[in-house]
Design a protein around this ligand. Structure first.
Ligand SMILES: [Zn+2]
Length: 298
């Protein structure tokens, strides 16, 4: 029953225009297996540690297997715990349009140093990082698009003490600063977080750009996933899209912040692959692919 729902949406995805991104069952398998291997081989991966740097290199290797170029942007930034070294993994697909704008899709990969007990970050960090690896293959397969597309595995999303101007979201703030320096125009910044939850319910918080909220709802419907995504105007979520909003760029957050009863698995030892499912990653992938198509071909 659950798998059938995903196959049905595959047929919908196949019906979209040529050149559009489609996310298949095989992509979902890649997303899940990548997340699983990432958790096994790269946990913990707290920002500023050697293990975080190795995790970035691990993702670079996995992402590069799709045949597109990726690189690591290393940078130092101040934190309340001292200056630290961060590593964003960046993959870029050049658009066909003259002076093409940028669509940026992000997933953080670091684990929370603030968790009271060890947390593998299977859903929170690894699931969407695996999803981004699978999306890299799907985008590459679909050929060139009118807009530039950047996939970014961000470091330092988690804070070292408490979220504040210099604690947390280091990778996305670095990204915005780089884009400003390069004079890049951002068409959309999309932040993916906790989208592997086996009991998936995707929320777009109020602090997302209104026109993108409408496009996200339409994309979910087009992908045969009506009801999976809801816009919740009663909540505000600070996440990697926030830096783009602050810079005046259109930005949106897809997040499932209801992980376990009362979100009780978040930042705990319960955040394991046992609570992440391939089926959820399949739905998330289809949703993101449909959203990208809506943005690119709108
Ligand atoms: Zn987290």
């Amino acid at each position: 029953m659950k798998i059938a729902a995903c196959v049905a949406s595959a047929l919908v995805a196949a019906a979209v225009s040529a050149g559009a991104v489609s996310f298949t069952e095989d992509d979902a398998k890649i997303a899940y297996e990548t997340a699983d291997a990432f958790v096994r081989e790269c946990t913990p991966r707290h920002s500023g540690t050697l293990r975080a740097r190795l995790a970035a290199e691990w993702l670079l290797d996995r992402a590069s297997r799709c045949g597109a170029d990726a690189s690591i942007d290393s940078f130092r930034d101040k934190t309340p715990c001292g200056e630290r070294l961060f590593s964003n993994v960046v993959m870029e697909f050049k658009g066909t349009r003259t002076n093409a704008a940028w669509i940026v899709v992000m997933s953080h990969f670091d684990t929370p140093a603030t968790a009271k007990q060890p947390c593998a970050g299977a859903n929170d960090g690894a699931s969407t990082s695996g999803l981004l690896v699978a999306l890299a293959g799907a985008i590459r397969r679909s050929g060139p698009h009118p807009d530039n597309i950047a996939l970014v595995w961000t470091d330092g999303e988690e804070c070292c003490r408490a979220y504040g101007p210099d604690d947390g979201f280091h990778g996305s703030r670095r990204l915005v600063a780089n884009y400003r320096k390069l004079g890049r125009r951002v068409k959309t910044a999309l932040c993916l977080d906790m989208l592997g939850d086996k009991d998936l319910a995707v929320v777009v918080p109020s602090n997302s750009t209104p026109v993108l909220k409408k496009l996200a709802l339409k994309a979910a419907e087009k992908a045969g996933l009506k009801g999976l995504l809801k816009v919740d105007e009663s909540i505000v979520v600070s996440d990697d899209h926030s830096a783009f909003l602050s810079a005046g760029c259109p930005a949106i957050n897809f997040i499932d912040f209801s992980y376990g009863p009362g979100n009780s698995w978040w930042h705990t030892p319960d955040d394991t692959m046992a609570n992440v499912s391939q089926e959820s990653l399949c739905k998330s992938g289809r949703l993101v692919a449909a959203f990208l198509n809506a943005i690119c071909y709108n």
